[in-house]
Design a protein around this ligand. Sequence first.
Ligand SMILES: [Fe+2]
Length: 227
Amino acid sequence: MALRTLISNKTLGLGLGFRHARSLQTFSLPDLPYDYGALEPAISGEIMKIHHQKHHQTYITNYNKALEQLDEAMAKGDSPKVVHLQSAIKFNGGGHINHSVFWKNLKPVNEGGGEPPHGALGWAIDTDFGSMETLVQKMNSEGAALQGSGWVWLALDKEVKKVKVETTANQDPLVTKGANLVPLLGIDVWEHAYYLQYKNVRPDYLKNIWKVMNWKYASEVYEKEIA
Ligand SMILES: [Fe+2]
C-alpha cells in the first residue's frame, strides 16, 4: 500500500519540556495497474474511474483523518475518543484494504484476465471444492445472497492450509473473520461496483467479473503463503 509520512512534533505532557519526533504513517491512493477502460465489457471504464477516484479515495481520506484523530487522542490519553474512533478506522481502513486487493484481483483479458489457475492453487481448488466451476458457483451464490453491501472472498486459511469462501459485511476486511485468513480473491458486491452498468442485476455482474479475474495474482499470493 502506498504510504506517505507525516512528521509531527509532540510535546510530552510530563512537565519536562521534552520534545520528540514521531512519524504517523498515512495512506494514499494506489495507481491501477491498467487503464480504467481496460476491463470492458465486463466492467465499464466509467465504473472503474468513479470506483477508484471517488469511492476508494474517500475511504483513504477518512481513514487518514481517523488515524490523525487517534494519534491526538492517544497523546492526550483520551480513552473515550480512542474507543469512539474504532468504527471509523474499521470501516475506512477496511475500505482501503479491500479495494487495494480488489484492483489487483482484476486484469484485462488481453493480459491474461480470466485464465484459470494451473499449478498449486488449481490443485487446491479441485481438492477443497471439487472443481473450479463449483467454486465460482459458490462465490456467485454467496455474493448474490449477501444482504446490503459487502464482499465475497476466496481465502486461504493458513492454519489448516485450505482454501475457503467467506463473506464480510460492509467494509469489514477478511482479517475480521480470522487472523489466519489471507485474501486470494475479493469481489466487491457494493452497488457502487456495478450499478451504473448492471443496475439491480448483481448476478450478471458476478457472472461477468470472472472474465477479468487475475488468477495469476491469486496464485502468487497462495504460493507465497503456503510455502
Ligand atoms: Fe467498492
